[in-house]
Ligand binder design. Structure first.
Ligand SMILES: NC(=O)c1ccc[n+]([C@@H]2O[C@H](COP(=O)([O-])OP(=O)(O)OC[C@H]3O[C@@H](n4cnc5c(N)ncnc54)[C@H](OP(=O)(O)O)[C@@H]3O)[C@@H](O)[C@H]2O)c1
Length: 286
């Protein structure tokens, strides 16, 4: 039995689908049963649980051989993933695939990367065999920028001219499924990137060419970025975490390109151009 956490989210829902498609028994942890319908399919067992409630995690882990630990982006991430690892230690589980992030490091000055690094370290110290998946920023994050792209032909980010090797979620999912279903991924740390590091100006040019409409990237200062998020009612921890992450990108640390997708899946990683083509309707529709 395989347990998938974050099962109703962007990556988790697709991982559930693909595990079920290759015929493995999947248990999907959901905190809201109303959302379970979207991932219900043959061979998928739904279990109600919450990272903040350790008892529910113990129940969910009963009889589980391998698990995907996908902690949500939340200020309580360290506590929540720790609850899961503690429950896993007493469950007899053999392997945890930890969804992490490029640059994860328990000593990172970037909060999100520190939190992921702490989770990775805790699993390593638990004695449970592990695989750490460290994706770069998702190409699919651009879907949230579609409203300003379609209505004004612009998108705003505080990234200067940093190059970032965004990765398509479909490639991350493919690496996660291989890591869960194949032997040989134990003790491995996979930094998962797209095939190319691009600046936002280069991405704007690709969007312009592919959707047939002028798109411009507007670089904003970290202060203006923070002020806008505050105006939209975002919490302080989130604003700070995102500001730090963009600082990390501006320093060039998001530009590395790895061969992980090709090595693990035997498929070339999806290019940004292909991503835009596949989601063109979203950038045209709003
Ligand atoms: N976005 C990026 O560019 C990027 C890049 C690298 C790494 N990451 C990492 O990717 C992860 C997020 O992945 P994603 O975008 O696929 O996730 P997502 O779409 O944000 O979904 C989060 C999932 O976690 C569930 N969840 C939230 N709170 C929970 C709780 N208290 N107990 C149990 N489940 C809970 C959500 O359930 P509900 O549906 O009920 O809300 C949902 O299924 C984060 O760890 C983030 O740091 C993101």
């Amino acid at each position: 039995m395989f347990l998938v956490t974050g099962a109703t989210g962007t990556n988790g829902s697709e991982i559930v689908k693909q595990l079920s498609a290759v015929g493995v028994k999947v248990r999907a942890l959901v905190r809201n049963l109303a959302k379970a319908e979207a991932i219900a399919q043959p061979g998928v067992e739904i279990v109600e649980g919450d990272f903040s409630q350790p008892e529910t995690l113990k129940t969910a882990l009963q009889g589980v051989e391998k698990a995907l630990l996908l902690p949500p982006f939340d200020s309580r991430m360290v506590e929540w993933q720790s609850n899961f690892i503690e429950a896993a230690k007493h469950s007899g589980i053999k392997h945890i695939v930890k969804f992490s992030a490029l640059g994860a490091d328990q000593n990172s000055p970037v909060s999100l990367l520190k939190w992921h690094g702490q989770g990775e370290k805790q699993i390593e110290e638990s004695g449970i065999s592990f695989t750490h998946l460290r994706p770069n920023g998702f190409m699919q994050n651009f879907l949230t920028l579609a409203p300003s792209i379609t209505t004004q032909g612009v998108f705003y980010q505080p990234a200067d001219n940093a190059k970032i090797s965004h990765v398509d979620v479909r490639d991350i999912v493919a690496v996660a499924v291989k890591s869960l279903t194949e032997d040989g991924h134990e003790g491995k740390v996979y930094t998962i990137t797209g095939p190319q590091a691009l600046t936002f100006d280069e991405i704007a040019l690709q969007l312009t060419a592919l959707i047939g409409k002028q798109v411009k990237y507007i670089n904003v200062s970290p202060t203006d970025f923070q002020r806008t998020l505050l105006d939209f009612g975002q919490p302080e921890w989130l604003i700070n975490a995102l500001t730090e992450l963009f600082e990390f990108y501006r320093s060039g640390q998001g530009s590395i390109v790895t061969n992980v997708v090709a090595e693990i899946t035997n498929q070339q990683p999806i290019s940004f151009e292909q991503f835009i083509k596949d989601y063109a309707q979203v950038f045209l529709d709003h």
